[in-house]
Each structure stands twice: as structure tokens, then as C-alpha cells.
Design a protein. Structure first.
Length: 309
């Protein structure tokens, strides 16, 4: 499918943009809806300077700091995620990245979750080479998550301690190791809508398997603590944009969805999104479980009605 140019997308009224995005979702992906959940298995003390992140050691945020969690804690969290309806459970760790030694430590967690819970396991462990990712794949990891965060033209304004190319290389390494890849970004960090489009096109060219969309929650102590919060309409337009550029990929609403969309969360799934993170985020709590269940059920019912029409 040909990608609409940015000027066409930008010129559409919001309701028209949503309508087009939902048509593309239903045509390309039917009524599919997937849930995932994450666990912060190692927190704080990160050497990098990502300006939105509470876990950077460069900022005084009061975020908790702890070493790798014990196996039993991770397994129990995976069981809770599966009970919520999640089909994927991701291990997330702070830090620049991993080498062989750290990969082996996380591989033990992957093996335990696969053996004792039987849920698909993903990981988000930062910059990694192929050999480290091979260790994780051999332990049962199926997907590696590594956000690009923002467009290449804006990246240096958000991160200076590593490059956009290093992030791209990690995604290539994951693919070379036989893993699926999950990559998206965070929005409301000062970028323009055209830069969101730029990021979406990069993700399309990379043929990523899942696209998580996060919305900035300004955290006290970070350089972006004073950023204005995105309006629900702008968040909805961003979701629709990603659906139109990536018609056949899961578009997953993640961190900040409750904070930015509030009572309009259901609109995300009428604007092209068809996947969601449940159970909380890294340093911020999530929505109530029952509310998320209702959100999934109502969205799928509407999609099924539209598909029958």
C-alpha cells in the first residue's frame, strides 16, 4: 500500500483522519487486538541522558534504583500479566545496554518465565550486539524491544550520549539473531507532527513487527519536566498517522495513554490502534484492570459490527 504524504495527512480534519485510519486497520488487520505487559527488572542508575527518562543517573527524580530482580519475582509478575490477558511479557532494564555477562543473567529470567508461565517473552535491555541477543533467543526470547524514541532529525535534541544509528544497529542485530523487533517512540517531547511522520516512515522501512506509541508524562527532575502535555486530539491524530503509514503492523498504545487521553482512551482504538500495554509501566502506574477489559471488549464489538456491515 502506498504511503500517504505528510501534507495529505496533516490537511485532513481529525474525524476524517480517524475514519481513514480505522478503515485501514479493519482492512489490513481485521478485529485483532493484542495485550502486552512489562516489568522493570532493573531500575535506575542509567548512564544515558535521555531527557524524558526518570531512570537516568544524571537527573534527580527520586525514581527507585535496584539491581536485577530475583527469578521468583519475575515469574510471579509474568503470571499476573497472563491473568490480565497479556500474550506477551517483557523484561525491561535500565542502562546503556548489555554484553555477554548481562545477557546470560537475563537469559535465566527468560528461561524461567517460559518454563513456569508459558507466555511469550520479550526484552528491552538497551543497546546490544548480535552475540548477546543470540544468548537471549536461545533462552526462549521471541522479540526484542528497542525504541527509536523520535525522528532522526530530532534525536540529538533528546539524547547525546549515544546515536540514532546505534539504536538502528541494535534493531538490525536483533533481526540477525532471529528475533522479532518492536520499536516505536515517545511523543510530546518537543517534536513536530512532521517528525512523527518521519519516525513512522523509518519504522516502515525497518519492517518492525510491533509499534509502541508512548506519550510523555513530564517527570519532575528531568529536563522535560515543564513540557506541556499533548492534547487528546493531537495524540489521536498521532495514532492515526502511524496507522496510515504502517497499515499492517500492531499499533500499540503504551505509556502515558491514561495521562494524555483520559476519558478519550477508547478513541485510540477507533483511530487505528489495535494493541495496548496493561498492568503499569516502568516508574508510573497504569489503568484499572477492569476498565482496560471493558475498553478491549467495546472496541472489538464495534470493529466486528463494522466488519459485518
Amino acid at each position: 500500500m502506498a504511503v500517504l504524504d505528510f501534507e495529505t495527512i496533516e490537511g485532513m480534519p481529525t474525524l476524517e483522519l480517524m475514519r481513514r485510519a480505522l478503515e485501514v486497520k479493519l482492512e489490513g488487520r481485521g478485529d485483532t487486538f493484542s495485550l502486552c505487559s512489562i516489568l522493570n527488572v532493573k531500575s535506575g542508575g542509567c548512564t544515558e541522558d535521555c531527557r524524558f527518562c526518570a531512570q537516568s543517573a544524571r537527573f534527580k527524580t527520586g525514581s527507585p534504583s535496584y539491581p536485577i530482580k530475583e527469578v521468583h519475582e519475575v515469574v510471579e509478575a509474568a503470571r499476573r500479566a497472563k491473568a490480565l490477558g497479556a500474550t506477551r511479557f517483557s523484561l525491561v532494564a535500565s542502562g546503556r545496554g548489555i554484553g555477554r555477562q548481562k545477557a546470560e543473567a537475563y537469559a535465566r529470567l527468560v528461561e524461567a518465565v517460559r518454563k513456569e508461565v508459558g507466555i511469550a517473552v520479550c526484552a528491552s535491555l538497551g543497546i546490544a550486539d548480535r552475540s548477546a541477543l543470540m544468548i537471549l533467543r536461545q533462552a526462549g526470547l521471541s522479540r526484542y524491544h528497542h525504541n527509536l524514541e523520535t525522528a532522526p532529525s530530532f534525536f540529538k535534541r533528546i539524547v547525546t550520549t549515544h546515536t540514532f544509528e546505534e539504536r538502528l544497529e541494535t534493531l538490525r542485530n536483533a533481526r540477525a539473531a532471529g528475533l522479532e523487533v518492536c520499536a516505536g517512540g515517545v511523543f510530546g517531547i518537543g517534536e513536530e507532527m512532521e517528525q512523527r511522520y518521519e519516525l513512522a516512515v523509518v519504522l516502515r522501512e525497518l519492517e518492525v513487527d510491533s509499534v509502541p506509541l508512548n506519550f510523555l508524562i513530564p517527570i519532575k527532575g528531568t529536563p522535560l519536566e515543564g513540557m506541556p502535555v499533548l492534547s487528546p486530539e493531537e495524540a489521536i491524530r498521532t495514532i492515526s498517522l502511524f496507522r496510515l503509514v504502517l497499515p499492517d503492523r500492531p499499533i500499540r498504545v503504551c505509556g502515558g495513554r491514561e495521562f494524555v487521553l483520559g476519558e478519550f482512551q477508547g478513541m485510540a482504538f477507533q483511530a487505528g490502534a489495535d494493541a495496548m500495554m496493561v498492568g503499569g509501566y516502568l516508574t508510573v502506574g497504569g489503568a484499572e484492570e477492569e476498565r482496560d477489559r471493558r475498553l478491549v471488549e467495546s472496541s472489538r464489538r464495534l470493529w466486528q459490527e463494522l466488519l459485518r456491515a
